[in-house]
Design a protein around this ligand. Structure first.
Ligand code: SAH
Length: 377
């Protein structure tokens, strides 16, 4: 039997179109892609031999040339509030984090897209880790696969995960080619079959990628805005210097129109005491978003060691929210979940062998934000 002359391909990350194409090259009928996708993603199978309705010939070729390899769980921690965090070890020694957040009637999985992040948002601890590499599609969808396999279905529901948000480590739109097949699998009826409203891509605002996205998927969009003007956003979300607010909001509007989304964009706004949580910021935000179909998700800052910001008081959070509600916006305040296991928004760090000059960049950034130098790590 000839030995494969290249590493086996990990079929876990193949969308059904990609499987169809591969099997086409092998002279197999199209429906094999549907069968194999169902075995992998619904059956949770990792051995080709278990695929009993697939021809023996194809199973043998698959066993020679392909594999189904989910990420390896290095650590599983459960919070007092039921939130589960997994640290997943990758073959190259890096580690990423995935979080499951159960709520009444739903279970949301927060999925990572990169090892670390290169975007330097000053309030996010993932940024402090630096950046190593993009995740593969298999490593992205593998997080969903693992959660579906490991979590017991709650009473009255067929499975634990009902929603997926691409809000873990990394910037999903900076890893476009791997994220798209993973999103397609999430919404594919022959894989996870989640409705497009229950899958959310969150972005800090890569405008050209956002424009390309609508040609590939119609999942829900979240925008990490965090500031009502360019002067402030430039400092909190440095990618704003490249893609400022006005063109970014235009791109979001185009995405909503192209995908026919009824709910519009979820605008995320992390509340930082004294920095972006003042009444004038709320008013400016209300005016800024007038033309964008959206709802607002306010996220009180979750601290991490060395963070140069504080969480606002409850009174300030309420005042900010009330001003936006009075202006006609639908708002929610995201309550902190899983912070006892460092699984809350902005606390995911994994283990990133940084390839960038992270330390120096953080020192420069903090030097640019008045009042933050003293507490920079
Ligand atoms: N890079 C993408 C995906 C990550 S989402 C994006 O920026 O959208 C990460 C979300 O976590 C951000 O929208 C932000 O709202 C939130 N976040 C990051 N750091 C945080 C912190 N320290 N406290 C609270 N929320 C934080």
């Amino acid at each position: 039997m000839p030995l494969p002359n290249h590493a086996p391909v990990n079929l876990l990350g193949y969308s059904r179109d990609q499987l169809t194409e591969l099997f086409g090259e092998w002279g197999e009928p199209r429906f094999r892609a549907t069968q194999v996708a169902k075995w992998i993603h619904q059956g949770g199978v990792t051995e080709f031999d278990a695929m009993t309705n697939v021809s023996r010939k194809l199973r043998e070729r698959l066993a020679r040339e392909a594999e189904i390899r989910p990420p390896e769980v290095a650590l599983e921690k459960t919070s007092d509030d039921g939130t589960v965090k997994w640290v997943l070890r990758l073959p190259d020694g890096n580690a990423i984090e995935t979080v499951y957040i159960p709520d009444s009637g739903r279970g949301t999985l927060c999925v990572s897209s990169q090892v670390g992040c290169a975007l330097d948002c000053t309030f996010c601890s993932t940024a402090q880790q630096g950046f190593n590499r993009n995740l593969t599609s298999a490593e992205i969808i593998g997080q969903v696969w693992l959660a579906m396999q490991r979590l017991p279905a709650p009473e009255g529901r067929p499975r634990a995960v009902t929603n997926v948000v691409m809000m873990g480590m990394g910037e999903p739109l900076a890893n476009f080619d791997a994220v798209v097949p993973a999103l397609q699998l999430m919404t594919d009826d022959n894989a996870y079959g989640l409705s497009r409203r229950r899958v959310t891509v969150s972005t800090s605002g890569l405008v050209p990628a956002l424009d390309r996205l609508a040609g590939h998927t119609d999942v829900a969009l979240a925008l990490s805005l965090h500031a009502p003007n360019d002067e402030l956003r430039d400092r909190l979300v440095p990618i704003n210097r490249k893609y400022p607010i006005a063109p970014l909001i235009d791109a979001c509007r185009r995405y909503v129109e192209a995908t026919g989304s009824h709910s519009g964009v979820t605008v995320e706004y992390v509340l930082l005491a004294g920095v972006n949580d003042r009444p004038e910021h709320a008013r400016e935000l209300a005016a800024l978003l007038r033309e964008l179909p959206c709802k607002l998700n306010l996220i009180p800052f979750n601290p991490f060691p060395g963070a140069p910001f504080d969480r606002p008081s409850e009174a300030d959070i309420e005042r900010f929210e009330r001003l936006l509600q009075k202006a006609g916006y639908v708002t929610t305040v995201r309550r902190t979940r899983g912070d006892d296991i460092d699984a809350a928004c902005g606390q995911l760090v994994g283990q990133v062998e940084d390839r960038t000059n992270r330390g120096m960049r953080m020192i420069r950034l903090h030097a640019e934000i008045p009042g933050t130098e003293r507490r920079a790590s």
